[in-house]
Each structure stands twice: as structure tokens, then as C-alpha cells.
Design a protein around this ligand. Structure first.
Ligand code: U5P
Length: 212
């Protein structure tokens, strides 16, 4: 597993406002989208392209376009949904599949409760969206799910992570044949005893959508 932390003053600025407990839901949603667009630029560095020739008004230019099959973006419900718009703004031709995962707040184990994805992901590059990498259980389950369907290149985009979760994810994905990269806006200090990221930003789903 490869880890990339995007270092950019705009990313740090937006992340700081996002953490602030006084930031309201509409602002939180807008900032999440803006941050994801910035992270998506880094996360799609290896997106596959094929050569394409176009005619400019003056001559022929050799360029590229995104290859087929198109990349698949997979927001993890519920909080990952707040990241979808920011991602598709940058990659509008991507397809979108949904994975609903819930963390049992006692055992901290992740379970799948909903899934709407192509059966066959052979040859597909997948971009998993989940704002928080806490214990790493949710992302490990999502990555394994996509790899089992045949995805051959998986990139996870998260806003923040706890070091313990990153290490656990590394362990859980050891031996997986599919290359996996995690792109972050920031690495936090630690995980608390109930699985929350410290200092973090609270419950991302609640801050985006209100308490459910
Ligand atoms: N989560 C938060 N805030 C935290 C920790 C976890 O919102 O401080 C939620 C996120 O919504 C994420 C899930 O989808 O828990 C990740 O948990 P985990 O499986 O990595 O522990």
C-alpha cells in the first residue's frame, strides 16, 4: 500500500476550516467538495490514457484521452457521498458505483449493507471515497470487495487518517495482488478509545448531513 499526503497551503487552509466545530453543514459540504477536487488531481496521476490525435485550427496534435473501460468512482455511504461531486467535477466521464458500509460502534468491524457496483470490474481503475480513515476497517473491506470483483488498480481518497488506521490497513491489505494507494489531505495524531480520529473533525457523516 502506497501513502500520499497532499501538501498544499490551500488544502491545509480548507482542512482547518473543516475541523472547526463552528463550521456549519452547508460550508462543511462545500469545503469537502473543494478539498476532494484538489486531492483528486493528485489521486488520478496514474489514470490510464490512450493516445488521441486531434486537428487544431492549424495542424495535427497528438494528445491523450482517458482509456476505456472508464474509471469507477465508489463513494462509501454515507459520508463518502459528500465527496462524490468534488471527484466527478474533475473526472466527469467516470462511472459511479455505491458501497454502503457501516461500522459497528462496539466491535468497530465494518459490514456491507448496500452495494450497487458492476459484477465484473476486470481491468477497471477504482477510486474509493471515504473522508475518514480511522481504524482502517471500512477501507480494508471496501478494497477487498473491489479486488474480489476484478478491479486491478485501487486508489482511496480520504481527508484525514489516524496513523494506527493506516498501519492496520497496510497489514490487512498485505499480500493483496492489486496495487492500492491512499491519498490524504492530512495525517492526524491518533485514534481515541472509541475509534474517533484525534484531533479529527468529529463524525463526518453527521457534520455533512446532520445526526441520523
Ligand atoms: N468516522 C468519522 N469520524 C472519525 C472516525 C470515523 O466520521 O473520527 C467514520 C467515517 O464516516 C468513516 C468510518 O466512514 O467512520 C471509518 O471508520 P473505520 O472503519 O476506518 O474505523
Amino acid at each position: 500500500m502506497d501513502l500520499r499526503i497532499v501538501e498544499h497551503p490551500l488544502v491545509s487552509h480548507k482542512l482547518t476550516v473543516l475541523r472547526d466545530r463552528t463550521t456549519d453543514s452547508p460550508t462543511f459540504r462545500r469545503l469537502t467538495e473543494e478539498l476532494v477536487t484538489l486531492l483528486a488531481y493528485e489521486a488520478t496521476r496514474e489514470v490510464r490514457v490512450s493516445e488521441q490525435t486531434v486537428q487544431t485550427p492549424l495542424a495535427t496534435a497528438v494528445g491523450v484521452r482517458l482509456s476505456s473501460p472508464r474509471p469507477l468512482v465508489v463513494p462509501i455511504l454515507r459520508a463518502g457521498l459528500g465527496m462524490l461531486e468534488g471527484m466527478t467535477r474533475l473526472v466527469p466521464t467516470a462511472e459511479v458505483g455505491f458501497l454502503g458500509m457501516v461500522r459497528n460502534e462496539e466491535t468497530l468491524e465494518a459490514a456491507t449493507y448496500a452495494e450497487r457496483l458492476p459484477e465484473d470490474l476486470s481491468g477497471r481503475q477504482c477510486y474509493v471515497l471515504d473522508p475518514m480513515l480511522a481504524t482502517g476497517g471500512t477501507l480494508a473491506a471496501a478494497v477487498k470487495f473491489l479486488a474480489a470483483r476484478g478491479a486491478d488498480h485501487i486508489t482511496c481518497i480520504c481527508l484525514i487518517a489516524a496513523p494506527e488506521g493506516v498501519e492496520r490497513l497496510r497489514g490487512l491489505l498485505e499480500g493483496l495482488a492489486v496495487p492500492c494507494t491512499v491519498v490524504l489531505a492530512g495525517m492526524d495524531e491518533k485514534l481515541n478509545e472509541v475509534g474517533y480520529i484525534i484531533p479529527g473533525l468529529g463524525d463526518a457523516g453527521d457534520r455533512l448531513y446532520g445526526v441520523a
